[in-house]
Design a protein around this ligand. Structure first.
Ligand SMILES: [Zn+2]
Length: 300
């Protein structure tokens, strides 16, 4: 209804000042009114489309059927995929695995809310004091990593450490956890010697070990910066080493070994042309050749 009063207003579309005759008038002219109406219609349409798209994406991600993949379930309950798989492993969320696909029933998720256990306020855990430590040297030896790698990793993972009398001590628990994948494998322990093991077992210095393995060309393998030597080859080499001393029998040794007289031994040595050397008036009889001569008979 028009009136005779004049109201000064600003057009909501073009922003020009105009004289309105009603308080509810928002636009200066029909044209501005139509433009505004169309713009509003367009905006509503766009919003509706966006909402539909969002719903569709959510449905794609969380599924809209009765069964969810772990990925869809993770999105649904707002946890990471890794966390969800942990729930599955612990049996906290029931699922079935078949033909390489893991499925979770949406109903089972809903069911979890039917008789939920009472809410318990979570107590803040008191941090336990750290009382068990590794020295840097112990870590390097145990896990076969380098010094620089240790310090870099410890900085990244924020491993607690303290310095006591100039020695860095590392939280044993944290190091064990951080380096859990670095534990020397069982295979290494059973079939391979570490340098330290060789030193302890054969009472050798490290330098002697390095020289020995290099001279004897003992098979080795590297595992995370740590060298291991073939246990079998090493034992064999060491074994040969200890049997090396007598390459020969002296006459009394040969007589004792085969329970023969001097003449009998001399006879066999001469007849079968066993290699021998003389040192002054003492004879040295080739041990291998004599042993072979007296070896028990065998048909192979
Ligand atoms: Zn206008």
């Amino acid at each position: 209804m028009s009136s005779t009063i004049d109201i000064r207003k600003i057009c909501e579309w073009c922003g020009k000042e105009f004289i309105a005759h009603k308080c509810s008038t928002r636009f200066c002219c029909k044209r501005c009114s139509e433009h505004s109406y169309k713009a509003l219609r367009r905006q509503k349409h766009v919003e509706a489309q966006n909402t539909a798209t969002k719903t569709k994406i959510k449905e794609q991600n969380t599924g809209n059927g009765d069964y969810l993949t772990p990925y869809q379930c993770a999105i649904l309950i707002g946890v990471s995929r890794a966390t969800l798989y942990r729930y599955l492993e612990r049996g906290q969320i029931p699922c079935i695995q078949f033909n390489g696909k893991t499925l979770i029933s949406r109903a089972s998720i809903d069911k979890m809310f039917e008789n939920p256990p009472e809410y318990i306020k979570r107590e803040r855990k008191e941090a336990e004091p750290i009382e068990e430590f590794y020295t840097t040297k112990e870590i390097l030896e145990k896990f076969g990593i380098s010094n620089s790698w240790l310090f870099k990793m410890a900085k990244e993972r924020n491993i607690p450490k303290t310095v006591v009398r100039g020695k860095t001590l590392w939280s044993r628990k944290h190091i064990d956890k951080a380096l859990s994948d670095k534990q020397p494998s069982k295979v290494a322990e059973e079939e391979w010697y570490s340098v330290e093991e060789v030193c302890a077992k054969f009472n050798m210095s490290k330098e002697a070990v390095y020289r020995f393995v290099s001279e004897r060309k003992i098979g080795k393998r590297k595992d995370k910066c740590k060298v291991f030597y073939s246990r079998r080859q090493f034992d064999m080499a060491i074994g040969v080493e200890s049997e090396l001393e007598p390459e020969y029998y002296t006459m009394p040794e040969a007589m004792a070994r085969y329970n023969m007289t001097r003449d009998q031994i001399s006879h066999y040595v001469r007849t079968h042309n066993i290699p021998r050397t003389y040192e002054g008036r003492y004879v040295r009889i080739d041990r291998k050749a004599l042993d072979a001569l007296f070896a028990p008979p065998m048909i192979s």
